[in-house]
Design a protein around this ligand. Structure first.
Ligand code: FES
Ligand code: FES
Length: 213
């Protein structure tokens, strides 16, 4: 009967990735239908990371409660008791950028920008779990994020400033000139003194209403 169809439909929809749900039912409460267009749909099969969002689950016995996930693959039913943070949730040019957003921009790590929200959210989730990561942690965090424009280097150079290694006025590369020529150093890529400090005490908290579920 119709109630069976309704239940079946609801069940099928609960298995659909968040990103695709709005195409099935435009009135669904999805990031896109809510006007949150920062999260991108690239490959829709878990290969590019453009759809990365942060999933937080209250697990008092664990340190790692934040996870970067591919929104295109996450079934809605897997979000039970979870808080989902999209790139709009951490900062914006209309208000105040988060240091993760500011540093990728100032280090020229965003060109066409399509990968940027996903890369920002992978870095943000890492910092929420570990505010002083090692470079190896950062490289591991980006294993699921593809960028077709930058070659990754400016992204990594910018985010290196979140590690304990604090570079000064970092340049992208130094070409080795012929021995009889004076080396011409490229202009500084960025000055870390210009960056907003990372203050973990100012991050959004886990919604208390989800703790009691
Ligand atoms: Fe490419 Fe989700 S859209 S991983
Ligand atoms: Fe274009 Fe990364 S900036 S794909």
């Amino acid at each position: 009967g119709s109630s069976h169809c309704f239940q079946y439909n609801s069940w099928v929809k609960s298995l659909l990735p968040v990103q695709l749900l709005s195409q099935v039912n435009p009135s669904s409460m999805t990031p896109w239908s809510m006007g949150l267009t920062g999260t991108k749909l690239g490959c829709a099969e878990g290969g590019c990371g453009a759809c990365t969002v942060m999933l937080s689950k209250y697990q008092p016995h664990l340190r790692r409660v934040h996870h970067s996930v591919n929104g295109c693959l996450a079934p809605l039913c897997s979000l039970h008791h979870c808080a989902v943070t999209t790139v709009e949730g951490i900062g914006s040019v209309a208000g105040k950028l988060h240091p993760v957003q500011e540093r990728i921009a100032k280090s020229h790590g965003s060109q066409c920008g399509f990968c940027t929200p996903g890369i920002v959210m992978s870095m943000y989730a890492l910092l929420r779990n570990n505010p002083t990561p090692r470079m190896a942690d950062i490289e591991e965090a980006f294993q699921g994020n593809l960028c077709r424009c930058t070659g990754y280097r400016p992204i990594l150079e910018g985010y290196k400033t979140f590690t304990k290694v604090r570079p000064h006025k970092h340049t992208l590369s130094v070409m080795h000139p012929p021995e009889d020529e004076t080396p011409v150093l490229p202009a500084p890529l960025y000055d870390p003194a210009d960056f907003l400090p990372l203050d973990p005490t100012q991050e959004i908290i886990f919604p208390p209403e989800l703790m009691s579920l």
